[in-house]
Design a protein around this ligand. Structure first.
Ligand code: SF4
Ligand code: SF4
Length: 177
C-alpha cells in the first residue's frame, strides 16, 4: 500500500494530482510555494494567509488547496501558518549549483545560520548535506520557525526538512551507553 493514508508520505500519484504544486515554468522564475496537501480535510488557513490570493480552496472547505503560481511571490507567509506543515518554498534560481528550500520547523534545538545539517526527504531519510541560510521566526506565528537551506539542485524536488538536531543530553545519553 502506498499513499499518505497508509504510509504518512504522499505517493508519486498523489503528488502528480495535487493542485498545490507549481509548474516547472513557474519554478524557473524564482522562489515559489509548494503545497503538498493531498488529503481532503476541513482546513483553510493557507488560503486566508496568502496576501496575494495565490491559494484558493474551491467549493467545499475539504477541497485540496490550489496554487496559482503566477500570483505567488514566494513571500513565505503560508509556510508557518499551515498546521499540517505541508507547505515549503523552492527556489531554483538561488545559485548555479544550489537551490534553496524553506520549510517549517518545530523542534529544539534550532540550527544556526551557516551550519551544515542533514537534509531529509518526505519519508525522513537523509538525502544530502545542506547549508543553513537563515532561521526566521515569522511574527504571524507564535513559535514555528521557517528555515532556509541550500542544497545541490539535483535534490531540490525531494528535500523537505532537516534531520532533527540531537539535544545535548540525548547525545550524552547515547555516548555513555
Ligand atoms: S508564499 Fe506568499 S504569495 Fe506564495 S502562496 Fe504563500 S503566502 Fe501566498
Ligand atoms: S493550511 Fe495546510 S493542511 Fe490546511 S488546507 Fe492549507 S495546506 Fe492543507
Amino acid at each position: 500500500m502506498t499513499g499518505i493514508a497508509y504510509t504518512g508520505v504522499p505517493s508519486a500519484e498523489e503528488l502528480r494530482a495535487c493542485p498545490g504544486i507549481p509548474t516547472p515554468e513557474r519554478r524557473k522564475k524564482g522562489r515559489v510555494a509548494v503545497i503538498e496537501c493531498v488529503q481532503e480535510i476541513p482546513c483553510n488557513p493557507c488560503a486566508a494567509a496568502c496576501p496575494f490570493h495565490a491559494i484558493s480552496i474551491p467549493g467545499e472547505i475539504t477541497a485540496l488547496p490550489r496554487l496559482d503560481g503566477e500570483l505567488c511571490t514566494g513571500c513565505g507567509r503560508c509556510v508557518a501558518l499551515c498546521p499540517g506543515l505541508a507547505i515549503t518554498l523552492v527556489d531554483e534560481t538561488y545559485g548555479e549549483e544550489e537551490g534553496a528550500v524553506d520549510f517549517p520547523y518545530e523542534f529544539l534545538p534550532l540550527p544556526a545560520e551557516g551550519d551544515t545539517v542533514d537534509a531529509v526527504g518526505r519519508d525522513g531519510r537523509t538525502l544530502c548535506a545542506a547549508r543553513v541560510v537563515s532561521v526566521r521566526r515569522p511574527e504571524a506565528n507564535d513559535g514555528t520557525r521557517v528555515i532556509r537551506i541550500a542544497v545541490p539542485k539535483r535534490f531540490l524536488d525531494d528535500v523537505k526538512s532537516i534531520r532533527r538536531l540531537a539535544r545535548k543530553e540525548e547525545e550524552d545519553a547515547w555516548t555513555t551507553k
